[in-house]
Design a protein around this ligand. Structure first.
Ligand code: URA
Length: 250
């Protein structure tokens, strides 16, 4: 916890933030006499306490408070990177109740059919720093492109390709990893580093050179790399090392 003036908060708010139930659940628990603050039972779930300084216990278990959560998800295709959607499942549906209680949100968007690295946090300041267009945080994608990606495409991407709405994309680094021929159609396996995050950017960059992205995966954002061990559709908390890569000192 960094320095600064510590504030007290309602006990029910603190415990709800940590996924210990709804405010009414916590009121019930307090009435049952299972919540103690600095060793004394409190039946008042609205009591103001300092979550960092006061010793809070529920059923004898010490509560470790923290404000922020930082999650690395290996987003699967078929889910929306938003906090809610009327029709489709969202990445928040993949979280446990305890983690969802922190109310994290995805840092930037991946298309429904895109997979790969997605950071979720409730730290608005960090999200803003990573997404700020002025910061040009690099993002690395791996893609399969229908068509033959040629040196001329690499040059165009390096100088700035013009998208369908006339916007000239910032220079991107395109690398052709390998090519495959399927039923006499060429597929190009590429890696692309971009320094901005316009809507459907990678797909639109390839459309601008007459080619279609058929598979897209984000593998890196800033210095943060997708953990190759992280199964698709799963997530975990960032390690302290990963947090420091994002400029966050815990
Ligand atoms: N570019 C795209 O076209 N789609 C994504 O999901 C991410 C980058």
């Amino acid at each position: 916890m960094s320095g600064g003036i510590r504030k007290t908060q309602r006990l029910d708010k603190i415990l709800a933030h940590l996924g210990r139930g709804s405010r009414s659940d916590i009121r019930r628990m307090a009435k049952q006499g299972i919540i103690t603050v600095n060793g004394s039972i409190t039946k008042d779930s609205g009591l103001h306490v300092d979550p960092y300084a006061d010793l809070i216990e529920v059923d004898g278990e010490r509560i470790q408070y923290r404000q922020f959560i930082y999650l690395m998800m290996h987003k699967p295709p078929g889910v929306i990177s938003a906090t809610e959607d009327k029709r489709e499942p969202t990445v928040l549906d993949l979280l446990s109740i305890d983690d969802a209680a922190f109310e994290p949100f995805p840092v930037g968007r991946l298309d429904k059919d895109t997979e790969g690295l997605l950071l979720l946090t409730n730290d608005g300041k960090l999200a803003h720093e990573l997404l700020s267009p002025r910061k040009h945080v690099p993002k690395i994608y791996e893609a399969i492109v229908a068509g033959d990606v040629v040196p001329q495409d690499i040059e165009l991407f390096a100088t700035g390709v013009t998208l369908d709405d006339g916007y000239v994309a910032l220079p991107g680094e395109l690398v052709v990893v390998r090519k495959e021929t399927q039923d006499s159609n060429i597929l190009s396996y590429i890696s692309l580093t971009i320094h901005e995050g316009k809507f459907h950017q990678v797909k639109r960059m390839f459309e601008a050179v007459g080619k279609q992205v058929v598979y897209l995966k984000r593998v890196q954002m800033g210095e943060l790399m997708l953990d190759p061990e992280l199964e698709i559709g799963t997530y975990r908390e960032l390690t302290d090392e990963e947090l420091s890569l994002l400029g966050k000192n815990i």
